[in-house]
Design a binder for this molecule. Sequence first.
Ligand code: DLZ
Length: 158
Amino acid sequence: MATANKNLSEHKANQLPDISYKKFALVIAEWNEEITQALGTGAMSTLIRYGARKENIVIKYVPGSYELTLGAQWLAQDTSVDAVICLGCVIQGETPHFDYICQSVAQGIKDVALKYNKPVIFGVLTTLNLIQAQERAGGKHGNKGDEAAMTAIKMLGF
Ligand code: DLZ
């Protein structure tokens, strides 16, 4: 699933909606904290850069990516929240644990989006090693937290 030549942060001029009164909720996994904090910083700076107000952005933490789904559900059920952005980093280990977590969180986030009928964005890195994660959390492949925030903004303009 290569992403060369594709970056979700790209957008056409005047394509984005006014988000100055939109409320965003970030739910961030603490596992692989160095990476997820970088994703969070990227997401925050993109939201602010495109017009969100700091006081309209809530940040919550969960222990690991597996818990992102429930965290997202708790945030999405608040009718004042317009979009939820889930940020995590799952790195493959020696056991099939990786597959179970990735599968669960991807399905779970989709389920929450459909249940609450609002954007719930999958900003979860699923990488083979730490280097791949670093490359996508402010390294040579950009910052996927930034892209997750931009995806939320674009969905609010749907
Ligand atoms: C247990 C676990 C492992 C092995 N690896 C990761 C990981 O790479 N990334 C991540 O976000 N979380 C990991 N976790 C923790 C699980 O997501 C979860 O928090 C625990 O299984 C408790 O439900």
